[in-house]
Write a protein that binds this ligand. Sequence first.
Ligand code: PMV
Length: 307
Amino acid sequence: MTSASAPGKIILFGEHAVVYGRPALAVPVTQVGATVGVSAARSGVHIEAPDVSLTAELSTLAPDQPLAAAVRAVFAALNISSPPGCTVRVESTIPVASGLGSGAAVSVALMRALSAFLGRPLPDDAVNRLAYEIEKLHHGTPSGIDNTVVTYARPVCFVKGRPIETLRVKAPFWIVIGDTGIPAPTRESVGDVRRQWEADRPAWEARFDRAGEIARQARAAIEAGNVAALGPLMDANHALLQEMTVSCPELDRLVDAARLSGATGAKLSGGGRGGNMIALVPPEKAVAVAGALSQAGARRTIATEIR
Ligand code: PMV
């Protein structure tokens, strides 16, 4: 059996505006991840993904089924027209549609494992490019930030269409991630923002500019080791995301609970309207903030050090 893994991810600053060319910051989250194993089978290409209750032969799956599309993308990239019999088994601890990059992590792990099984491991840039195509099936008009941070598994400052820039974290800091437990397909919030942007471009471009400026300031603070500056920037980014109509009462409740229990800043993370939020915490407050988030309704919390 040949296997490969990929981590989850979280967006620190700049979601939604990143779809419109502004910078955003994202980091891998190694406490969760996807693992894909590929083993030889007598004939056919079988896909098993117990987490989404899928067991199927590749030829029976629609072209836009993301797992099938990822398998076919690897065969196409390697010019393989009659693949050897194999079973592709997908396992993931990343909750689906929660802003933790589940779709991207599954695609990346699958492409690595399958290409290695075929004896021709794809390099990172090819994996990233192919995973972006699969992100389009999940998201509609993705910026590419998810596949990029998951492929390279390091903190990034991402601008759509530009080469990846690594974010140099001068002083490590802690965040606590709180999951509302509400599945929130990014495709819907991204589509909704697009409709509102089309109806009033000047107002939305101004919001995206402000989000981009916050991400730029956050990058400078992270690279200077100025962790104290990050809390207020998170709060300002959350206020802007509320203005963009992508927060919801459950996210706002978790953000408030985090601030009241010792976080120095908090915001929703990812597509919004459910999914996850993040809180910046002094290390000694991580346990208290995680407890307060659970009390305020979080289904699960993850404390992670960004370095
Ligand atoms: O996959 P999510 O929910 O973390 O969302 C990605 C961030 C967005 O900016 C909302 C969309 C995108 O493609 O960048």
